[in-house]
Design a protein around this ligand. Structure first.
Ligand code: GUN
Length: 283
């Protein structure tokens, strides 16, 4: 039997329509994205984010800086955006060119305007179980699992990948949902031993078909966060043949991807509420 596809678009469309209503109620939500250089993948992501933001009525400004921008110049730009009342939410697209220390830039964004949820304060609140702004992809995954009524309480959840953007935050969100969480990474020995135990398997590593069908437990729920551009097109981190064993599985493309953008827009609304005082930023 083939797995039920956990499609992202229907829920993402609903969330985006809700965001559009909230933007109307708020009057204006200002999002500024900053792209340094001309990385083609980043350009695609920025274009998609702007299209979605504009469609939801968000006032989105696309700041483009040359590839040789200095760290000091970028930090000055971020500081200006932090101080502007017209700006609710700031997104600095990663990766940044090598002359710029990404960590410094992430720390420089005002935590209440950090639409990505990457600032250590936002990461810290999440890890302490008091989510403030949570990065969009993990939030999108949790929303998809809830929408499909996937039982997490007491489930064995295995996450592959320990990135700050997906692996670490999704592990914490699953833990908060009372799953028993194992976080696997590039040094994990005998990966299959872990994955074969997973009721819920989340894969976010960026390696095409890292997880093969023989690594998936029968009736497991599989969330594939991978978006790998290959000669064969866009493929995930999980071999599609795993759908023969899983009970439900996200397709690539069309699974987690649309949710990331919808949740980013939701985060922009959260930032706007912080700025207007409708929500109080923790601390
Ligand atoms: N680069 C890849 N994914 C992301 C993301 O979610 N946010 C930002 N700012 N950069 C990224």
């Amino acid at each position: 039997m083939s797995a039920t596809p956990i499609k992202g678009k229907p829920l993402a469309d609903r969330l985006r329509a809700e965001v559009a209503e909230e933007v109307k109620t708020l009057g204006r939500v200002g999002l500024v994205t900053v792209l340094v250089g001309d990385d083609p993948a980043s350009e695609v992501y920025i274009r998609l984010k702007h299209k979605a933001a504009t469609a939801a009525g968000i006032d989105a400004t696309d700041v483009r800086l040359p590839a040789d921008t200095t760290e000091a110049d970028l930090l000055a730009r971020v500081s200006e955006l932090n101080g502007s009342d017209d700006v609710d939410a700031i997104l600095v697209q990663l990766p940044l060119p090598s002359q710029i220390d990404e960590e410094k830039v992430i720390r420089a964004v005002a935590p209440a305007k950090d639409v990505d949820g990457f600032h250590p304060l936002n990461a810290g609140e999440l890890y302490l179980g008091r989510p403030a702004i949570v990065s969009a992809t993990p939030r999108g995954i949790m929303a998809l699992l809830a929408e499909h009524r996937i039982e997490l309480d007491g489930a064995r959840a295995v996450v592959i990948g320990r990135s700050d953007i997906v692996g670490k935050p999704i592990a914490h969100l699953l833990l908060q949902a009372n799953a028993t969480v194992t976080l696997c990474h590039s040094h994990t020995q005998d990966l299959a031993r872990h994955t074969l135990d997973a009721d819920v398997l989340v894969v976010a590593v960026g390696v095409p078909a890292l997880v093969t069908a023989d690594m998936v437990k029968e009736r497991a729920v599989v969330v594939d966060v991978g978006m790998n551009r290959t000669d064969a097109g866009l493929v995930g981190d999980v071999d599609p043949a795993a759908a023969e064993l899983a009970s439900a599985m996200t397709p690539v493309p069309g699974g987690v991807g649309p949710m990331t953008i919808a949740c980013l827009l939701q985060n922009a609304v959260v930032c706007a509420r912080y700025r207007t005082g409708a929500l109080v930023y923790p601390g």
